[in-house]
Design a binder for this molecule. Structure first.
Ligand code: PAF
Length: 281
């Protein structure tokens, strides 16, 4: 497994793979790799001849007071995980490599980034779309893999790729969960045992709502009200949002009809957790 640190090294590596006619799969990450990331690497391995993973904690997608400094960076374990999953190269650039000090160009996706997490993390999606565009331009993958756990991110990237005619296919893989239902996230490592137990209320409320929709409930307001009650009842927390939106264009729904996304973000202690489920009304 090759560890690449510069854009030039990636271009050379990718150039050779292309010359050999290899289909390139790309998994962008911020490291602290877990089962969710591994599932993306496996999907990439199954669909492509060559898999490239990026490991870069992107400063521009963190707001002031967020967890950029304390975000876990277990680089050696991450490289071992890439090796185990049959990844060909891990791109681990420095901040200076990705952002020359006089950078003045960003990529903005409007409307889809305004609600849900975008409303609570100003500038976050600008950081994501800018770094993902740069990574796509560096790696030039045929296919890129993202997790459904970050549903808004996936919808925003899909739309960006379509709107800007980027020659890359986007594959979104299912959320990977612990056996008790907790969505796997690098940020779960911040949770104390008590907070982790409380965090199960998020997936439980989503499962409850999913069952209600299956049973015929369509009223968004009453679904959200009861989910909020269940999550509040599990312990002290700050609910940033619980919303039901169209799964593709993320517009808020009043009635569950078509493919809808039930999405939530909740702060437990100092940890902000997100989770979601797609339902069909
Ligand atoms: O999902 C993530 O880990 C990040 O937002 C991404 C896509 C790697 C961009 O920094």
């Amino acid at each position: 497994m090759n560890k690449l640190e510069t854009i030039e090294q990636v271009r050379k590596y990718v150039g050779e793979a292309r010359k050999a006619g290899r289909r390139i799969g790309f998994v962008p990450t911020m490291g602290a790799l877990h089962e969710g990331h591994r599932s993306l690497m496996r999907a990439a391995r199954a669909a492509c001849d060559e898999v490239i993973v990026s490991i870069f904690v992107n400063p521009t997608q963190f707001g002031p007071g967020e967890d950029f400094e304390r975000y876990p960076r277990p680089l050696e374990a991450d490289l071992a995980a890439c090796r185990e999953e049959g990844v060909g190269a891990a791109f681990c650039p420095s901040v200076a490599e990705m952002y020359p000090p006089d950078s003045v160009t960003t990529v903005t996706v409007s409307r889809l980034t305004e609600g849900l997490c975008g409303a609570h993390r100003p500038g976050h999606f600008n950081g994501v779309t800018t770094v993902v565009t740069k990574l796509f331009n560096i790696v030039q993958p045929d296919v890129a893999f993202f997790g459904q756990k970050d549903a808004q991110q996936a919808a925003v990237i899909r739309r960006m790729v379509r709107d800007l005619c980027m020659p890359v296919e986007i594959v979104v893989c299912p959320t990977v969960r612990e056996p008790d239902g907790l969505a796997i996230s690098s940020r779960n490592s911040y949770l104390s045992a008590g907070e982790r137990a409380q965090a199960l209320s998020l997936s439980a409320a989503l499962r409850w709502a999913e069952a209600q929709v299956r049973a015929g409930q369509r009223d968004v307001e009453s679904l959200v009200r009861e989910m909020r009650r269940q999550i509040d009842a599990a312990g002290p927390c700050g609910i940033d949002y619980i919303e039901i939106v169209d799964a593709d264009d993320l517009r808020p729904k009043a009635v569950v009809e078509g493919r809808c996304l039930i999405a939530l973000a909740v702060r437990i202690g100092n940890t902000r957790l997100i989770d979601n489920m797609v339902v069909e009304g």
